[in-house]
Design a protein around this ligand. Structure first.
Ligand SMILES: Cc1cc2nc3c(=O)[nH]c(=O)nc-3n(C[C@H](O)[C@H](O)[C@H](O)COP(=O)(O)O)c2cc1C
Length: 321
């Protein structure tokens, strides 16, 4: 395997070897967070598409990969869901913990329901300050994890989410092709800096007005959601929500599920509960639960990362500074 180290082009003999082979490899990491399965689906789809294009990659959630572990890779592909027109705060905090680098390439993607605001630019700027070079991005439309548990299964909104064809997503195919092309160019001798691609800012004033209105709406919703969780009588205390909560916000105390004040609002617990016992206020009772595009999203379990990191609880660091 040929490693292109930190974006430095290969030496001429190496380039020759590459020309004679179909492809040469950089160590690529797809690093993402997914609350309810959309971003997880996109990340895995992207990985499969890249593999078809001869780009091998590793894939991991920020819940399992320590920020400093990213230094083992030559190129990062970062993915996150949009919360309130922005990258989730805990995701931004995680990005802040990534070590500084010298001109390492990053691709960025996000999944959103309607409005992604300045999220891509924000991540570009944040990582640009750490020495990363933005190479390209993609915004991918997906069902809204914030709205789905509040509507009934028969609603148009849910039916649209259930009947969408997730097997062939044009935006991800294009993104994979672009990533493969850029890696090919770097392998052929271009510098990472030469492949930089900026994200358009849109119409700044319109975006800002929209973002202000959006923020206002979300401030209201945030309070309702964060303080609204409870488990109804269907709860069998299986503890799945406790194990899967990325912010360790849920505990089982004296046989009853208790929600603390550290909620990330990722909506994982309410959608994953096998008994559909978790509610937000009364608005989610007998309503739909979303398990991602495959219908069986399960984030990697605590057992998985305890096996991976037996000596300590390092993954718990993800998202909390
Ligand atoms: C708290 C919260 C806020 C959200 N805010 C937005 C938003 O501002 N704009 C948008 O288009 N989608 C928004 N969404 C929808 C998600 O971005 C979208 O469904 C995403 O694909 C979820 O990804 P996941 O399943 O990987 O968590 C929000 C979802 C949540 C849970």
């Amino acid at each position: 395997m040929i490693i292109v180290s930190h974006g430095r082009p290969l030496s001429s003999p190496q380039v020759e070897i590459c020309r004679n082979r179909e492809w040469c490899l950089m160590r690529v990491l797809i690093l993402y967070f997914s609350g309810t399965g959309n971003t997880d689906y996109v990340a895995k789809y992207l990985q499969r598409k890249l593999a078809i294009l001869s780009v091998d990659s590793d894939l991991g959630s920020i819940e399992n990969i320590l920020p400093e572990e990213s230094t083992e890779f030559d190129l990062l592909i970062i993915g996150f869901p949009i919360y309130a027109g922005a990258p989730p705060v805990f995701f931004q905090q995680y990005l802040n913990l990534l070590p500084n680098v010298n001109q390492k390439g990053i691709f960025v993607f996000c999944t959103r329901a309607m409005f992604a605001g300045h999220a891509i630019n924000d991540v570009y700027e944040q990582l640009g300050r750490k020495g990363y070079i933005p190479l390209d991005y993609k915004i991918i439309g997906m069902p809204g994890s914030d709205g789905l548990p509040f509507v009934s299964e028969s609603s148009k909104y849910v039916q649209k989410a259930l009947n969408k064809d997730y097997s062939d997503i044009k935006e991800i195919n294009e993104f994979a092709e672009r990533i493969a092309y850029v890696i090919g160019e770097i392998n052929r001798g271009k510098t990472v800096a030469a492949m930089r691609r900026r994200a358009p800012r849109g119409i700044p004033l319109l975006n800002t007005i929209f973002q202000l209105l959006w923020d206002f709406g979300y401030k209201f919703a945030e309070k309702k959601i964060k303080t609204g969780f409870w488990a109804d009588e269907k709860c069998v205390q299986c503890g799945l929500c406790v194990r899967q909560c990325p912010s360790k916000n849920i505990s089982l105390i004296n046989g009853s599920v208790t929600f603390n004040t550290r909620c990330y609002m990722c909506m994982r617990c309410i959608n994953q509960c096998p008994e559909e016992a978790i509610q937000i206020g009364k608005g989610t009772v007998n309503k739909f639960r979303w398990k991602g595009p495959t219908g069986y999203f399960r984030p990697e379990s605590k057992e998985f990362f305890e096996k991976k990191y037996p000596e300590d609880n390092r993954p718990r660091k993800a998202g909390r500074v």
